[in-house]
Write a protein that binds this ligand. Sequence first.
Ligand SMILES: CC(C)(COP(=O)(O)OP(=O)(O)OC[C@H]1O[C@@H](n2cnc3c(N)ncnc32)[C@H](O)[C@@H]1OP(=O)(O)O)[C@@H](O)C(=O)NCCC(=O)NCCS
Length: 158
Amino acid sequence: MTEPAIVTLLESAADLDAILEVDAESFLWPWTREMYEAELRNPSVTRIFLVRTGAPVAGYCATWFLPGELHINNLAIRPAYRRQRLASGLLAHVLDAALAAGCQRATLEVRRSNDAARHLYEGLGFRLAGVRHDYYAEPVEDALVLWREPPAAPGQNG
Ligand SMILES: CC(C)(COP(=O)(O)OP(=O)(O)OC[C@H]1O[C@@H](n2cnc3c(N)ncnc32)[C@H](O)[C@@H]1OP(=O)(O)O)[C@@H](O)C(=O)NCCC(=O)NCCS
């Protein structure tokens, strides 16, 4: 039987080791340990969430909680754990935590060709807001800029 997913914040060096493993399995050009350590030196902004099913870390989401805005900087689920709605559950948790912290809006960038991620974000209410042409390297590719806005309050917008 599949264990229920549990989301926690990054707490230990072992958690960071696990994230580096997830990245090595997920990205051609993963973030380095030094890049994560630099992020973690800014704890008032950086929050990194991990999702586990049982003991192993299955994936993570690296974010900035900025005034009024959540920035999703990185997200990955290990290949062996994909298509089990772990990313959806993790992002729903992150969006709830962000809202509780006053971040009404959320944004991220995604490669144009990344259909899996684009479907995931669209299902969670993210919408295309702009394109950064040739933003990514190796391979060169556009970044789509997505935003998720709060629903309009009743009576607003006519
Ligand atoms: C993108 C990623 C995080 C999705 O993780 P996941 O846990 O498999 O996603 P979920 O199971 O929660 O999928 C939710 C929805 O996303 C969409 N989706 C996920 N994987 C998909 C795929 N391979 N193809 C098409 N749609 C996909 C589907 O709409 C899916 O809903 P469904 O299963 O009911 O059809 C994962 O594929 C991954 O780690 N990819 C490599 C790293 C990456 O690209 N990160 C994003 C950087 S912006």
